[in-house]
Design a binder for this molecule. Structure first.
Ligand code: BES
Ligand code: ZN
Ligand code: ZN
Length: 489
């Protein structure tokens, strides 16, 4: 729970106060904080440089037990991400100290030269995002999330500022939900289980939820999707969640790749790092979690989330390289490689969603290619769209949320790399270069002339080490991005 407060720093019993400190400027106006800062800066080891921190115990005149002063660097370098990271570190410190509650001193807008809304939003996000631990498989809890995070502001907060904080909490809690699903091992999230978890979490009057089972998928001829799941003992599902306001302006469809485990199939992946492939449903998790946030934020558009859920396994019934399958759209696909399964399930799910919902915009999120990680590193997602306005809008949301997205090309002439001698298209490109691009080009063959963008999140969906506001493991990447984006489409 996160909330704004104007509580006095002199009030006794405050367990921990965190305050950001710039090395070259005073960014707080409360005289007591200025006193505390002077004490901190008098210490040899602390000058306010980035990541430096010092704890003052029971500073005189205050009711604070511990005051965590945290370096934020030179004032002109302080941006939203600096504030998120500061707040994330503060929450992690408070959790490590086994506290229940943390108070964060929100710096002055004038001093920082940034609107209060932006400061509060960034600090709120960093704090809320960090306040999550993936601990459900440990018998003993070493740490717990904080019960309450207070953002201490100078002036009585407006209704708009309170609404902003509530929205931050909704979106960050949804991000925690996505992390939970992505972090769950694959033996506990086979398609039926994942569909049940998503359905349970999303159930509310604002959302309409439906789940198609394999019999229905067969009847509707999802040939490419079913080709992926045929090797698994766990049948596939297709989850649809829709939100419809009274007079919707547009219909936006979000599609998420939901491979609950990707062995690669008969084109088996190497064993090193294979356990990471439990994250191959991070696109579906982000879409499902974003839909939960949507039900509470209530945007003006109709928003539909479509999540094809399959397990890509090796078995006597699995598809083989060289097999040819007929997709939902009617195009035949030669399976050049059973490990290029994401594009198969997305092709069917997108063709179906376009036919059913005729969206103004369709966006898919997928842990689609290792090549995208090679190209952009593991912190930045690739965005592919023929509509430059759309890819720019997505990149701008990436900038605002720091869920960074970089526009990539969709060159027509590379399409020849997907030629098949026998079928309409091959799922495996003939060149090993430009793998993220050829994967996106494959998808482009199944969206007709829809306004479409593909976001390859193979890199940023997971962070082995963790960061200032995310534990090690699943990041929940895409939830904040999508929620922000919906305001700009
Ligand atoms: N799920 C993988 C992509 C991936 C790799 C996600 C690393 C997260 C981390 C995808 O299904 C895959 O295997 N792609 C192949 C495509 C190739 C066979 C054309 C790849 O990237 O090598
Ligand atoms: Zn694969
Ligand atoms: Zn995959």
């Amino acid at each position: 729970m996160i909330r704004l407060t104007t509580l006095s720093y002199r009030k006794p019993g405050m367990e921990m106060l965190a305050l950001p400190v710039c090395e070259d400027a005073d960014i707080h106006v409360d005289p007591l904080l200025q006193d505390i800062l002077a004490q901190a800066l008098a210490l040899e080891e602390f000058s306010g440089e980035p990541k430096q921190q010092v704890v003052l115990f029971a500073p005189e005149g205050s009711g604070i037990k511990r005051c965590l002063c945290s370096g934020a660097g030179p004032k002109k370098t302080v941006d939203d991400e600096t504030l998120r990271r500061f707040a994330g570190r503060a929450v992690k410190n408070a959790m490590a100290a086994k506290l229940q509650r943390l108070i964060i001193a929100v710096p002055s807008a004038d001093a920082l030269d940034m609107p209060t809304e932006r400061i509060v939003k960034a600090i709120g996000e960093g704090a809320c995002l960090a306040n999550h631990l993936f601990g459900k498989y440990k018998a003993e809890e070493k740490q717990r999330p904080l019960g309450e995070i207070l953002l201490r502001v100078e002036k009585r907060p407006s209704a708009a500022l309170k609404a902003l904080v509530r929205k931050v909490e909704i979106v960050c809690t949804a991000t925690h939900q996505a992390r939970e699903w992505v972090g769950t091992p694959s033996n506990d999230k086979v398609p039926a289980q994942l569909a049940a978890m998503v359905t349970k979490a999303a159930r509310c009057p604002e959302l309409k939820i439906s789940v198609m089972d394999e019999a229905q998928l067969k009847k509707k001829k999802f040939g490419a999707l079913l080709a992926v799941s045929v090797g698994s003992a766990h049948p596939s599902k297709l989850v649809e969640i829709s939100y419809s306001p009274k007079n919707p302006k547009k219909t936006i469809v979000l599609v998420g790749k939901g491979v609950t485990f990707d062995t690669g199939g008969v084109n088996l992946k190497p064993s090193s790092g294979l356990e990471l492939m439990k994250i191959d449903m991070a696109g579906a998790a982000a879409v499902a979690a974003a839909m939960i946030a949507v039900s509470k934020i209530k945007p003006k558009h109709r928003v539909v989330g479509v999540m094809p859920l399959v397990e890509n396994m090796v078995s006597g019934s699995a598809i083989r390289p060289g097999d040819i399958v007929r997709s939902y759209a009617g195009k035949t696909v030669e399976i050049g490689n059973t490990d290029a399964e994401g594009r198969l399930i997305l092709a069917d799910a997108m063709a179906y969603a376009i036919k059913k919902y005729q969206p103004h915009t369709i966006i898919d999120l997928a842990t689609l290619t290792g090549a995208c990680i090679v190209g952009l590193g593991d912190k930045i997602a690739g965005v592919f769209s023929k509509d430059e306005t759309l890819s720019d809008t997505i990149a701008a949301s990436g900038q605002r949320t720091h869920e960074r997205c970089w526009p990539m090309p969709l060159p027509e002439d590379y399409k020849k790399l997907l030629k098949s001698d026998l079928a309409d298209i091959n799922n495996m490109p003939s060149s090993r270069y430009g793998g993220a691009i050829t994967a996106a080009l494959f998808l482009s063959e199944f969206v007709g002339d829809s306004r479409w963008a593909h976001i390859d999140i193979a890199g940023p969906a997971f962070d082995k080490k963790g960061s200032d506001y995310c534990g090690p493991g699943a990041t929940g990447f895409g939830v904040r991005l999508l929620c922000d984006l919906l305001e700009y489409l």
